[in-house]
Design a protein around this ligand. Structure first.
Ligand SMILES: Nc1ncnc2c1ncn2[C@@H]1O[C@H](COP(=O)(O)OP(=O)(O)OP(=O)(O)O)[C@@H](O)[C@H]1O
Length: 302
């Protein structure tokens, strides 16, 4: 079955003066996913997002949202979008709820019931009647997301949502974004320069660098047990170790095997029982991380 597509970025380029910020970017974002947009600082993530929400003009190409062109049918296209691109403006001396009520009055059809539903989606029901000035960064962000989803958009766009959050905050963000995509069928598009966060949050990741799309990867969400890792066994006789295991590659005094983490003890036992001395066992690198570091040159990331 063909996947339904919410966003089609079609051959988009952005030029400012003689500088090409985005270079012929083509990308389909399937419905119902948490889709990651990954790239080092300055790769062009924010520029792309600005074009997706009409904050910046498109030099060449087009972006369709639910089939409507952001260039030619802006009102129609943007009606499907909720976004936090820059920091959302909130009135600090009003409560979270009063802020949402204020926005709801500007969006036709948003009922008080929907406001509370959005509040629950981001887990803010216990603090929603407190003043915004008492909120932590994470809570302000939740309020921003609640505001962005009030009108039940098909697409929620968040630019670097994990910036400034602690690990607990990132976990909570991941949980409610996943729930949002599951419960309301919202497609979530998040940008980040951190692969580790994208891996935890996203179903698919598109990698960009210097304004160009360089890779798209589907991630096996929540299935880390079945993921293959490169596991290195530091041994006295790597040639013989390879013959015993029947696979792997040799690097100096190590045999490196591509295997699930759970098979480590089994491989180790096989080696030891065949008289091989094992001095150390460690996971070399995650393959996606490997690729990402290779592609982006490593130094710029996070
Ligand atoms: N208005 C502008 N005029 C000229 N160059 C710009 C403009 N806006 C952005 N750039 C440049 O375009 C490139 C992409 O910037 P962009 O902000 O989209 O990157 P990013 O991937 O979002 O990175 P970051 O995570 O650092 O925000 C950068 O080199 C930036 O300096």
């Amino acid at each position: 079955m063909q996947k339904k597509t919410v966003v089609q970025i079609k051959g988009v380029s952005k030029k400012i003066g003689s500088k090409t910020l985005i270079d012929n970017l083509t990308l389909d974002i399937p419905a119902g996913q948490v889709f990651g947009f990954l790239g080092p600082n300055g790769a062009g993530k924010t520029t792309t997002i600005r074009m997706m929400v009409g904050l910046m003009s498109i030099t060449q190409g087009d972006i369709l949202i639910q089939g409507s062109s952001i260039k030619d049918e802006f009102e129609q296209a943007i009606s499907h979008v909720g976004a936090i691109v820059e920091n959302p403006e909130m009135y600090k001396f009003l409560t979270g709820y009063q802020n949402l009520l204020h926005y709801a009055r500007m969006s036709p059809g948003v009922t008080e019931q929907r406001i509370m539903e959005a509040v629950e989606r981001v887990g803010m029901q216990h603090r929603i009647h407190d003043k915004v000035k008492t909120y932590s960064l994470g809570m302000r962000q939740r309020l921003g997301v609640a505001q962005a989803i009030l009108h039940k958009p098909k697409l929620l766009i968040l630019d670097e949502p994990t910036n400034g959050l602690d690990p607990q905050g990132i976990r909570e963000l991941r949980d409610y974004l996943r729930e949002l995509s599951r419960e309301e069928g919202t497609t979530v598009f998040v940008s980040s320069h951190l692969l580790s966060e994208m891996e935890l949050m996203c179903d698919t990741v598109a990698v960009i660098q210097q304004g160009r799309l360089i890779d798209i990867k589907e991630l096996k969400s929540g299935d880390s047990e079945n993921e293959l890792h490169e596991i290195a066994f530091e041994v006295n006789d790597p040639q013989r170790a390879k013959a015993i295991i029947g696979e792997g590659r040799i690097e100096e005094n190590r045999l490196i095997v591509n295997a699930k983490r759970e098979s480590t003890p089994e491989i180790n036992a096989k080696l030891v029982m065949s008289g091989i001395s094992v001095f150390g066992i460690y996971t070399v690198k995650h393959s996606l991380e490997d690729q990402f570091l290779e592609i982006t040159g490593g130094g710029h990331i996070g």
